[in-house]
Design a protein around this ligand. Sequence first.
Ligand code: CDP
Length: 221
Amino acid sequence: MSGRPLIVAIDGPAGAGKSTVARKVAEVLGISYLDTGALYRALAFYLDSRGIAPVESESLFRALDEVSIDIDGEGVFLDGKSVGREIRSPRIDGIVSAYASLPMVRDRLLSLQREQGERRPLVADGRDMATVVFPGADVKIFLTATDEERARRRFKELEGRNEPVRFEEVLEQIRKRDRTDSGRETAPLKKACDAVELPTDGLSIEEVANAILALVRKTSK
Ligand code: CDP
């Protein structure tokens, strides 16, 4: 048992249900939820809307230096303004991984994420929670599901938001994003050697959340 707050780290590919499950686990434990994907999405949105390409460049360096990013509870703020649904559009789905593969972008977000974990107990989800950001996390989970299952979940979510998309497109985009996230050199998506893999096909959100809660309760905190 360490002196710092409890950290539950949840990683996994796109559409594995990380955010829904992480939010639920945090709620049951009465602790905060840190959605690190929202930070990458917010930065991708910011850079894209300023015409800054996803390559390491002087203009990228300057933009990252100038922009202020803050977290308050579940809210993400860019230059003091709260970001909303605009970071969840199919456009951002399609470009976020390219920005997230850049070491400059990842460096910009690293200390911000770690500070959150030093301040308060949390459930954090993303791609490199257990491997890079919180390697000392108390519980490490790697959530998986088949490509088709993940695409079905994402498709339903987009349909619910009245975003016009085709299932095949969603499936292809999920696969493409996974390839970029797993293939990048800096902090690739991968299971930490001491993480517990949880395949979620056919399981409800409650069942997955309960499996994680059981692991949390087994730790001595
Ligand atoms: O919800 P979903 O799994 O589709 O994605 P997300 O968690 O919102 O993350 C969006 C993208 O941000 C991912 O595809 C990664 O490219 C990037 N990301 C990352 O590189 N590292 C993280 N810790 C979290 C997200």
